[in-house]
Each structure stands twice: as C-alpha cells, then as structure tokens.
Design a protein around this ligand. Structure first.
Ligand code: XMP
Length: 516
C-alpha cells in the first residue's frame, strides 16, 4: 500500500482518499510507528501529512530519519515537508510571514511533481513556519510570497515535498500533483478499481468464512446493502439477511427492501415485524431523547431475538452461525484507533451488549473503504442506482419525525404526506441535488383552516429539504416554488388531518437536519 502517515491534523483521511481516487490503494498509519513497523507494511510509497505543530519545538512529532534513506518514494506535505527538510539537513524556521488560505505560487524550473501544471497556480496554504533553505541535493521547484521554498524534490532519492495542501479542493491542481508523485515519482499504476476491489474482498471473505454460516441485519441503507451483496457474492446462500420492521418506516420501504434483495439479488431475507413492540414501548412518550433511547433499546432486543431465531433455525439443520456482517467503513476504523487491534472485536461491542450465547465474529468487508468507494463497488456488484445513491434515513425512522407522541394513526398521516413529498421531489429530478428531505408532523400543534365550506382544525406538516456535503453542516435547499406548491396541494387535498404545509428555511447550525 501507499502509507499515509498521520501527523494529527484532519488531512490524513483526505490524502488517503485522493490517493485512492488516483487508483492506488492507501492506508493511514499513526506517526508514532517506528521505521521497523512502517517497513513491515512493505509500503510502495509514503506520504507524510500536515500537522498542527512546529517541527523544531521540543517533543514535536517526528519520523524515524532512517526512513528517508530507505529507498522508498516519500512525499511530504506541509508539516511532512518541513520534517523532510529538517531531517535531510535543510533549514526550517519562522519567516514572520504566515500564509493562510488560497495563495499563489510560482513554479521554478523543471519538476516531476509539478509536471503538467501551470507556471502560476493557486494552492491552499496553512503555515507559520517555512523551509528557508532546501537540503543539499534537493531542487527548489516552487516559491510563494511567504515561502521561499514552497516545493522541492530530489529525484535520485525519490523524495518530494510541498508546503501547501494538494489534497484540498482549493488547491487547483492538487490532484495532478498527487498523481505525479504516485505515477512518476513512485512508478505506481492506477489499478485500485472497483472491479479489483470486489475481487479482492470476495477472496478475503471466502478465506475468512469458509463453509460456515453468516447473518446480516439489513437497514436498507447503502452500507449494509453493499456489505450484504459482497458477502453474498462470496459465499452465496451461506448468508441469511434479516430486516427488522420497527413500524417507523416510510411507505413501501419494507417491500422495497424485500424486492431489492430477495427478488433482484437472490439473497435470503427474513423480515421480522416488530412494529407492535415498538409502538407499545413508545406509548405516551413525547420527549425526543427518551424516544431515541427507547427505539435504540427495542432495536437491540429485536436484533437479539431475530439472531436467536435464525441461530435456532440453523441449529435444527445441524449448522451454527459464526459470523455477523457489519457495514463498518474506513473512517470509523481510523477514528476509533487507526485500524490497530480492532480486527477481532466481538459483535456485542457494536450492537450494544449481545448475550453471551450469541457471540459472533464480525465480517466487515467495507472496513478499508471510503463512502464513495462503497458506492462504486455497489454499482460494480450490480446494485440498482436508486439503492446505491439512496439518501440517508435515520435509524429511528419516522419516530423522530413526529413531534409529540408516536401513534399508529399519526404514523399513517406522516407516511401519506412523506410519500407525496418524495414522489414530487423525484418527479422534479431533485433527488440527487438535495441531501435529504425530512417530512415532519407537528402532532401537538393544530391550526384553523377552511376546506370546502367547512372549518378545519388540523395539523401542520413541515418540509425540511437540505443540501449538505456530510450532514455536519447543511443549508436549506432552494426547491422551486412550483414543486413546493404541488407538494402542498397534494398533501392538503389528500391527507385529511393536514391543513397546512410549511417550509423550514433554517441552516445547520443553528438547526439540526432532523427536528428531534
Ligand atoms: P441531524 O438531525 O443531527 O442529522 O442534523 C444528521 C444526519 O444524521 C441522520 N440521523 C441519524 N441517522 N441514526 C441514524 O442512522 C440516528 O439516530 C440519526 N439521527 C439523525 C439525519 O437523517 C441526517 O442525515
């Protein structure tokens, strides 16, 4: 792999993604690893990330200097660039001039790293220290107002560095610079493709599972779908999926899951209807946090009883279920400890306390992948676009989209309104433009209306369409008035309990995407 050494800023994941986008497999490792440990990974190349500190302060994060002389192509970025400079005998210090944000750089001379990029280009800088002089044997290839040495390289030793952040989109030709390092500097080829990934993962799943039995809890979301499809490709009918219908699903969702998997993909899916259990547990509760806790607790109970039922069923045939599939992604792995020592945790750490007699080993086929790769291999596996591109839907479902107590009648009202909103947004071709559109029933609010000749006293429905990159922040989506009008007319004409449709025009922050 290409190893991305993480020096503690938030950039390592971004770098690893860009390397994968260039078709080369990458992994993130912590900077605390010594040279021996890094070399054991047999890296094809190493990229040193940025970091928040100064390289010349005491206890600054360092890299074993012998690595720079191990003959492995290395690309230092920002802090990593300064480390390389310092380690190879260059000078790093404060110039008194901080550069932050979009900055113009000027290329000087020939460069492998900057090959095919413009002589003047804008890049994203974020540094107080600068490399004052390059180490001996290194050629300076770019400079900026605040960085006399903004990039350098030593092609004989395959060492390259830039002061800026080529991994961020604000660096206009950043991806090209990363590709130059990978293809020319390190001589790698782009062979990390969806097809190869599938082949590799299928092989790994077969090795892990052998001829034993696997179960998977489907949520209908992208990650569990792709994980299930991969495992099915690998071990066929040794996989049984189950789907817990908690009664808080949207109209048609259960049937859709059954169709997608059972009918189209030939996967065995057992649907467990637990809606009565959830509704009973939620009776009389309107506090959002309490609702969430109840739904979480009941979900674990349902999961347990489903797993137990399937385990008993298999036992009757003399088989045992040894594995549970989880759709864990690489960012979760990195964020919970850098991929070290998390490989063999038992399922109960993930699904909140399974009883002892239900302990499975985990199959986590997506644990090396980023979300965009999961979508790409989903397509490669033949999953329908509507499944792969699905908008997020919260685990607690419509339970957190009814403001007030959750009852069957209220769920039916909300389902009817939600279906209309979804149909109209799809018809208008807005599915891919918006991130999602929660439809919320204000069950405890009533307002006066007039319909036909009569006065009504109904409930408002809130439309909450948002655009977002990652759900951490969001803006309200500017849906065309005609589309809003059609949604509003259809809802108020066909859902008798609703006499008003309102639009939420709040960004996040301060509002969250969901209302509860
Ligand atoms: P908020 O409301 O926090 O939502 O802005 C951010 C994103 O997360 C989704 N969401 C959830 N997803 N379980 C989930 O799987 C949950 O409990 C949950 N709560 C919110 C929400 O739909 C949005 O995409």
């Amino acid at each position: 792999p290409v190893l991305v050494v993480d020096f503690g800023a938030q950039y390592a994941q971004l770098i690893a993604r860009r390397v994968r986008e260039a078709g080369v497999y990458s992994e993130i490792v912590p900077h605390s690893w010594d040279a021996k440990k890094i070399l054991e990974k047999n890296p094809a190349a190493i990229i040193l990330s940025g970091g928040p500190a100064s390289v010349y302060v005491d206890n600054a994060a360092h890299l074993d200097g012998s690595l720079f002389r191990a003959g492995i192509p290395i690309f230092g970025i920002c802090y990593g660039f300064q480390l390389m400079a310092q380690s190879m005998g260059g000078e790093v210090n404060q110039t008194g001039e901080r550069e932050y944000g979009r900055t113009q750089i000027e290329r000087v001379g020939d460069s492998v790293l900057l090959d095919g990029t413009d002589a003047d280009q804008f890049v994203w800088m974020s540094h107080g220290d600068a490399v004052i002089s390059a180490p001996e044997g290194f050629t300076v290839t770019a400079r900026s107002a605040g960085a006399p040495v903004a990039a350098f390289e030593n092609t004989d030793s395959s060492l390259y560095g830039v002061q800026w952040h080529p991994e961020v989109l604000h660096s206009d030709q950043g991806q090209k610079v990363i590709e130059n390092f990978l293809y020319q500097g390190a001589g790698l080829s782009p062979d990390w493709t969806a097809g190869n990934i599938v082949e590799q993962l299928v092989g790994q799943i077969r090795d892990q599972v052998g001829d034993r039995q696997v179960i998977c809890a489907l949520s209908g979301g992208v990650d569990s779908s792709v994980a299930a499809a991969l495992v099915h490709r690998a071990v066929g009918d040794q996989l049984t999926c189950f789907f817990v219908d908690h009664g808080l699903l949207r109209a048609g969702e259960r049937e859709q899951v059954e169709d997608d998997y059972a009918a189209n993909m030939g996967i065995r899916v057992v649907t467990i209807d637990e809606s009565e259990r959830f509704l009973e547990a939620l009776a009389g509760v309107s506090d959002p946090e309490t609702k969430r806790k109840i739904i979480g607790r009941e979900f674990i109970r349902s999961f347990e009883s489903a797993a137990r039922m399937l385990t008993d069923e298999k036992a009757a045939d003399g088989l045992s279920i040894d594995f549970l599939v989880q759709g864990t992604l690489y960012p979760d792995v990195v964020e919970s400890g850098g991929g070290e020592g998390t490989a063999n945790i038992k399922s109960h750490h993930n699904v909140g306390g399974l009883p002892e007699d239900l302990s499975f080993d985990l199959v986590e086929p997506l644990r090396t992948l980023f979300k965009d790769e999961v979508r790409a291999i989903g397509r490669e596996l033949g999953l329908a676009d509507k499944l792969v591109q699905r908008q997020p839907f919260p685990g607690p479902g419509l339970g957190i989209r009814i403001v007030g107590e959750v009852t069957k009648e209220r769920l039916d009202i909300l389902r009817a309104a939600d279906l209309i909103a979804r149909e109209e947004l799809t018809k208008a071709g807005l599915d891919q433009e918006i991130w999602q559109c929660p439809v919320v029933l204000l069950a405890d609010v009533r307002s006066v209306g007039v319909q036909g000749d009569g006065r009504t006293y109904g409930h408002p429905i809130v439309l909450r369409p948002v655009v977002s990159e990652d759900a951490m922040t969001a803006d309200w989506a500017r849906i065309p008035y005609d589309v809003l009008s059609e949604i509003s007319n259809r809802i108020t004409n066909t859902v008798p309990e609703v006499n008003r449709v309102v639009l939420d025009v709040t960004s996040k922050p301060p509002g969250t995407i969901e209302w509860e």
